[in-house]
Ligand binder design. Structure first.
Ligand code: SF4
Length: 141
């Protein structure tokens, strides 16, 4: 394992982008930061700037209005970048699927590395998905 991927695995910086969902998945992401779930024990921190992030968590359905913003944010991330679709809406459009202004998932707009299902997603699943992703990052060269 290279030094950089070792460091990235030990201290991933995470950005969160909500496309405008019901906010339940967003609240579950915040719950991961509380002492009860304590995602910081993996070295992960939530960053406000996408330019400093290794991992982008996307929640909610991708609408036509938000598509360009999501693309712009993705393009501003430094390489290598990882995107996680969090929740059924982000994975497939969820309850909004087949609506006239909804894309069928984040992966129809930008590449997605991992999917964490649920409506809303449980904090345990978010931690599980992130630790799986970190393992994959650690294995990359
Ligand atoms: S997956 Fe469910 S809880 Fe999450 S944003 Fe969509 S509707 Fe809300």
């Amino acid at each position: 394992m290279g030094l950089i991927s070792w460091a990235r695995k030990r201290s991933p910086w995470i950005a969160h982008f909500c496309t405008g969902s019901c906010n339940a998945c967003d609240i579950e992401i915040l719950a991961c930061l509380t002492p009860r779930y304590d995602i910081e024990r993996f070295g992960a921190i939530l960053r406000g700037s996408i330019r400093h992030a290794d991992i982008l968590l996307v929640t909610g359905p991708v609408t036509r209005q938000v598509r360009d913003r999501l693309l712009r944010i993705y393009e501003q991330m430094p390489e290598p970048k990882y995107v996680v679709a969090v929740g059924t809406c982000a994975i497939s459009g969820g309850v909004y699927r087949n609506s006239y202004n909804i894309y069928p998932g984040v992966d129809s707009v930008i590449p997605v590395t991992a999917y964490i299902s649920g409506c809303p997603v449980k904090p345990e699943n978010i931690i599980n998905g992130l630790s799986f992703l970190l393992k994959k990052i650690g294995e990359s060269k």
